[in-house]
Design a protein around this ligand. Structure first.
Ligand SMILES: *Cc1c(COP(=O)(O)O)cnc(C)c1O
Length: 225
């Protein structure tokens, strides 16, 4: 399959998963993860109508933002961000990996005049090598972020465990949804949009079944890295 065919297959599978969950197909947004792939493929996919793109490294993100010929793209940063690299982030990018207070403090300093849209990343699977705030520390972090007016929290992000057990994978996604519902009820973030950024090439069907609003898909669109 070529890029066009893989892209359309992914869109169809997202639509089917949404229907199966009793959700409208357009309630799930596709974020194309272009990491390690050339910017020419970003432009090619943009030609086919794709708007949302993500990178996991800030250096590669800024390179592609500068080099892409397509206009009107929405970029997302989905990998860990070191505080000393916050200055490289531009205000139009949506950050999915806000996971600690030191990063929130740096973002507040850097974007005091602008606002920066963020998702709080939660380590729902509890794996020690995964980034994201532990669910037990989530409330304290959310309350601290709520005191930083430059940070506009839109929702939450997680990565599930790599597992063949559907229940294990879905539990992580369901946990994120429950955290988000609780957060929305607390009303500590004005303009909270209940975004649930969850699901990758291997598990996006389960994520959609559990309420994902944004799936982050690389391999199934661009091929192996
Ligand atoms: C690479 C990456 C993805 C996409 O993974 P695929 O398996 O290639 O679809 C999604 N989320 C994050 C945080 C990633 O780093």
């Amino acid at each position: 399959m070529n890029l066009n065919e893989r892209f359309n297959q992914v869109l169809a599978e997202i639509g089917e998963a949404a229907m199966a969950a009793g959700r409208p197909a357009d309630s799930v947004n596709l974020i194309a993860v272009s990491k390690t792939h050339p910017v020419s493929l970003v432009d090619e996919l943009a030609q086919l109508g794709q708007v949302h793109f993500a990178e996991n490294r800030i250096a590669e993100l800024t390179e592609k933002q500068a080099a892409a010929r397509a206009t009107g793209l929405q970029w997302h940063l989905i990998g860990q961000l070191q505080t000393n690299k916050v200055k490289l982030l531009n205000a139009g990018t949506i950050l999915h990996s806000l996971d600690r207070l030191s990063l929130a403090e740096k973002l507040q300093q850097q974007f005091a005049a602008d606002n920066i849209r963020c998702l709080i990343q939660v380590n729902c699977s509890g794996e020690p090598n995964k980034s994201g705030v532990a669910p037990a520390d989530f409330d304290a972090l959310a309350e601290a972020i709520a005191k930083k007016p430059a940070i506009r929290v839109l929702g939450l992000m997680t990565m599930a465990e790599h597992s063949d057990d559907e229940r294990v994978v879905r539990r992580a996604f369901a946990d994120l949804r429950e955290l988000s519902e609780r957060l929305a009820a607390q009303k500590i973030f004005p303009g909270y949009e209940n975004w649930l950024s969850m699901g990758m090439s291997g598990d996006f069907r389960y994520a959609i079944a559990e309420g994902a609003t944004h799936v982050r898909i690389g391999t199934a669109i661009f091929g192996h890295r």
